[in-house]
Design a protein around this ligand. Structure first.
Ligand SMILES: [Zn+2]
Length: 81
């Protein structure tokens, strides 16, 4: 797997409990209603939180909070197998 250089995860906190799972899993943001891949979430270094790809236009933030795994909404989905 290669990390895309499209997004710059500057100081991204991968220990954050609300981080998205690694890889690309379908997720849905409940705020904007869009479904996209987990890798499209990004780290907002100002608010220090993982946010929707449409941030700040969309206020969705936090995997497992406003943004959920499509296939298994109740799961944190941290370990794709
Ligand atoms: Zn959103």
């Amino acid at each position: 797997m290669t990390n895309s250089s499209q997004n710059s995860f500057v100081d991204a906190d991968y220990e954050d409990p609300f981080r998205p799972p690694t890889g690309s899993r379908p997720i849905k943001c409940e705020h904007c209603g869009e479904t996209y891949e987990s890798k499209e979430m990004f780290w907002d270094s100002e608010y220090e939180i993982w946010v929707c790809r449409n941030w700040p236009k969309c206020s969705g933030a936090g995997y497992g909070v406003d943004i959920h795994d499509v296939a298994n909404p109740s799961s944190k989905g941290e370990s794709p197998t």
